[in-house]
Design a protein around this ligand. Structure first.
Ligand code: MN
Length: 253
């Protein structure tokens, strides 16, 4: 089995090392193509206004000077000798739950894989406290990663679908199990905007993510994580709201 790994936190992200250890439990045919720099929040963006550079860091290990989507495209079209059987994106430093998935470079890399017809799984490690930086613990992902991936290898993946996995902010032994749940939604209180002055005296703004509230709907990814489970959510790219089709068509009749 040939596996492509990527990570929107960049080629040097600790979560990518965690993911590589997980993936090597399934195969030695591992290819890594990841953004050169952190791309969290890049969503499904594609670099069109400047060239991207490809750099080889070692055997089957490359960085791309662009977005997570750029990295997957480069992997599939330029770097790899053939299509992978599996794409794993992560393990992201931080949650990708509810409606945050459209901001997510981690989920978007898996979206790009699913568009190419590849079985694609996004994996994210939730953490408890703000400001942990490089000290975010990946213990739950490390211990539960293979356990959640293995059953997904033979599972049916419909065209243009992917699976989004989140690991709770718990010690591995405290994780209560794995739940397959639907995507939840945050309340729209979009974090915070921190204002400051840079060393040259110019005002800047910086988006913070703390303080995002949610009311967990029943059987959602948000609820599963809050209850201490690994969440597994199948996502689809088809965003059409079927129930509105007829009502809108009537407006244009
Ligand atoms: Mn990230």
């Amino acid at each position: 089995m040939r596996i492509l790994l990527t990570n929107d936190d960049g080629i040097h992200a600790p979560g990518l090392d965690v993911l590589e250890r997980i993936a090597r439990q399934f195969s030695d045919d591992i290819w890594i193509v990841a953004p050169a720099e952190e791309q969290s929040g890049a969503g499904h963006s594609l670099t069109l206004s400047r060239p991207v550079r490809l750099r080889e860091h070692g055997p089957r290990r490359f960085s791309v000077s662009g977005t997570p989507t750029d990295a997957v495209m480069m992997a599939l079209r330029t770097v790899m000798p053939g299509a992978p059987d599996l794409l794993l994106s992560g393990v992201n430093r931080g949650a990708n739950l509810g409606d945050d998935v459209t901001y997510s470079g981690t989920v978007s890399a898996a979206i790009e894989g699913s568009l190419a017809g590849i079985r694609s799984i996004a994996l994210s490690q939730v953490y408890a406290k703000e400001g942990m930086g490089d000290t975010v613990p990946f213990g739950a992902a490390e211990a539960w990663g293979a356990r959640v991936i293995e059953p997904l290898l033979g599972a049916p993946f419909a065209p243009r679908t992917l699976v989004n996995v989140n690991f709770p902010a718990l010690e591995p032994g405290a994780v209560r199990g794995i739940r397959v749940v639907r995507q939840g939604f945050h309340d729209y209180a979009r974090g915070s905007v921190v204002e400051g002055t840079d060393p040259r005296g110019y005002r800047y703004f910086w988006f913070g993510l703390h303080g995002i509230e949610h009311t967990p709907g029943h059987a959602t990814d948000l609820e599963a994580i809050q209850d201490g489970y690994v969440s597994v959510t199948p996502l689809q790219l088809e965003l059409t709201h079927d129930a509105s089709l007829a009502a809108l068509a009537g407006r244009f009749a």
